[in-house]
Design a protein. Structure first.
Ligand code: HEM
Length: 166
């Protein structure tokens, strides 16, 4: 039979192994959007981080960590966090902060301190109407940093009530 090799040849030409899968366009759009895009791109990330950072600076439970920061350092803290969140969610930003363990090392951050900070992030995401699925995705990423940030994982008190010995 002459037909078989011809068909086989055609199949090879028309369906290369990396041919794009055809999916309904609405579905494709939804699944292909990065978390960054679904958070509202840079404007969304920037607004969330600004509000999140202000809450950290002003929360008496943890404000002592940020007390010595002047305006410029606070602005830089916000910018570094924006770039970090942008980069880890698939956005086009460069990480401009230092390694998380190096930065937080020696601060004596407790499990309770971390929970206060995570709680502020959660509250801001809710207030900015970020859907649950996107909140969960962001938290999954942020929680990977927890071991690098928390110095005293077994301490359930806030640092302000259980100051670290240095
Ligand atoms: C929730 C996860 C956290 C993320 C994603 C995060 C992220 C960051 C980033 C990007 C910086 C700037 C690093 C640099 O200057 O290069 C930073 C600095 C800092 N963070 Fe965090 N952080 C987190 C949790 C915490 C917690 C729980 C505390 C304390 C309660 C804290 C206290 C600080 C302080 C005091 C600095 C300034 C350190 C310094 O410049 O010496 N952070 N953090």
């Amino acid at each position: 039979m002459r037909l078989k090799p011809i068909l086989a040849g055609l199949a090879l030409i028309s369906v290369p192994f990396d041919a794009p899968t055809i999916v309904p366009s609405a579905y494709a759009e939804e699944t292909e959007k990065s978390l960054y895009d679904r958070l509202g791109g840079y404007a969304g990330v920037s607004a969330v981080v600004d509000e999140f950072a202000e809450r950290l600076f002003h929360d008496p439970k943890i404000a002592q960590f940020f007390a010595g920061m002047g305006d410029d350092t606070r602005a830089s803290f916000k910018q570094k966090n924006k770039n970090l969140v942008c980069a880890v969610t698939g956005g086009p930003c460069k990480v401009i902060s230092r390694d998380a363990k190096v930065v937080h090392g020696g601060l004596g951050i407790t499990a309770a301190d971390f929970n206060v900070v995570a709680g502020h992030l959660k509250d801001v995401l809710v207030e900015f109407n970020v859907p649950d699925a996107e909140q969960d995705e962001l938290f999954t990423i942020i929680l990977t940093l927890r071991p690098a940030i928390v110095d005293r994982p077994d301490e359930d008190s806030l640092s302000k009530d259980a100051p670290a010995q240095r």
